[in-house]
Design a protein around this ligand. Structure first.
Ligand code: NAD
Length: 270
């Protein structure tokens, strides 16, 4: 059911690779809530994925951009403002990738060139997106910028490897740039710390099935789905959250506040 929460708002959505992607679900909800937006992803992902299907469904233009390239980002913001007919009200940064995780490198044997790539793609790109928006004066006042994080920024999950450092940096950038854009443009910047979710990025982490199940049992409400995450994102693009900024928002069914749960105790007793 639509409430027209984003009626008249213009956005840019990064990171819809396939139907499982969190960004894919955000695009569907944002469309249903009346937003117009452009979709973007790295050129290679556009070739591999099925984004055109989503673009047709949402009446959205696809503009390729490697989120680590300032040139691509400048083109993306400039073209988005042209296509959408004005400045941008919301941006979703839904991007993560670690070559060390992908190639199964042990944390005690990290490839440092790959670590730099992890940080650039998964965290510094968030800064690059906002720096580009600032330089082009592309954001409308009271706009909203959201990144997606994971609790490995605060606690250790061994197989998450150098992505833990990337998420800690992502959340830190949200605070630093949130201060700046809040002061300058009344734009809010937050991150959502999402439950483990069955997507390409999620299932690429070793032992994912096990910790998906563990997190589900450790969360009184169970793991938050990608659909629930999309609803939460859209609420943050709406005018109902105007005064929330520089926050890392736990969207995890209660996982982060649980010591142990009955469901887990039952499991451990077996
Ligand atoms: N799946 C989970 O368990 C989980 C949990 C918490 C947070 N997150 C975060 O949610 C976000 C979205 O991930 P997802 O789970 O939907 O997986 P996904 O694999 O569907 O999305 C990741 C996206 O990042 C894009 N990307 C990678 N390199 C890029 C680059 N250089 N430029 C532009 N885009 C690039 C990919 O093409 C892909 O679309 C990520 O930040 C991820 O870390 C995921």
């Amino acid at each position: 059911m639509s409430h027209n929460l984003l009626k008249g708002k213009r956005g840019i959505i990064f990171g819809a690779l396939d139907e499982r992607s969190i960004a894919w679900k955000v695009a569907q909800v944002a469309h249903a809530e009346g937003a117009s937006f452009t979709l973007t992803n790295a050129p290679i992902a556009l070739r591999m994925g099925t984004i055109n299907k989503l673009a047709d469904e949402c009446n959205a233009e696809v503009i390729p951009a490697d989120a680590t390239s300032m040139e691509d980002l400048e083109n993306l913001f400039t073209k988005s403002m042209e296509v959408l007919g004005g400045k941008i009200d919301f941006v979703l940064h839904s991007i993560g990738m670690s070559p060390n995780v992908r190639k199964g490198k042990d944390y005690g044997d990290l490839n440092y060139d790959w670590l730099m790539k992890t940080l650039d793609v998964s965290a510094i790109s968030f800064h690059k997106v906002m720096q580009t928006a600032e330089k082009l004066d592309a954001m409308n006042e009271w706009g909203s910028i959201m990144g997606l994080s994971y609790i490995a920024a605060q606690r250790t999950f061994p197989d998450y490897s150098d992505m833990a450092q990337a998420k800690a940096m992502l959340e830190s950038i949200a605070r630093s740039y949130g201060e700046r854009l809040g002061r300058m443009k009344k734009v809010r910047v937050n991150t959502i710390s999402q439950s483990p979710t069955m997507t390409t990025a999620g299932t690429g982490v070793g032992g994912f099935d096990v910790f998906f199940d563990y997190a589900d049992k450790m969360s009184p409400l169970g793991n938050a789905s990608a659909e629930a995450c999309a609803n939460y994102c859209v609420m943050f693009f709406s005018d109902f959250t105007k005064m929330v900024t520089m926050q890392n928002l736990m969207h995890d069914g209660g996982f982060s506040s649980s010591g142990i749960t009955d469901r887990l105790i039952e499991d451990l007793k077996k």
